[in-house]
Design a protein around this ligand. Structure first.
Ligand SMILES: [Zn+2]
Ligand SMILES: [Zn+2]
Length: 89
């Protein structure tokens, strides 16, 4: 696949400023989204595994979102366990 990348950038630049991933040329509206993509997503294997189920993601933010959405109860139990004082006999 060959296309004139510079021309597309120029064309898009007319209306909006966009940020392109330097590796896969995915485009983002915010430079922070692009850095996030380059750091965690681009050509990476999902490395964040949910402790409660098989869900895996490339983004720590997504994992936290997932935990909050899907495992509200589990999180509460886990938190309660963490708050419990450790008593050793
Ligand atoms: Zn990329
Ligand atoms: Zn999960």
């Amino acid at each position: 696949m060959k296309f004139n990348f510079n021309r597309i950038v120029f064309f898009l630049g007319q209306s909006k400023r966009l940020f392109f991933c330097r590796t896969c040329s995915k485009c983002y509206k915010h430079s922070s989204s692009r850095s996030k993509h380059e750091r965690y997503e681009c050509q990476k294997e999902p490395q964040f595994q949910c402790v409660f189920c098989d869900y895996k993601t490339k983004l720590p933010f997504d994992l936290r979102k997932h935990e909050r959405n899907k495992h509200k109860e589990d999180l509460r139990i886990q938190e309660a366990k963490m708050l419990e004082p450790k008593i050793e006999y």
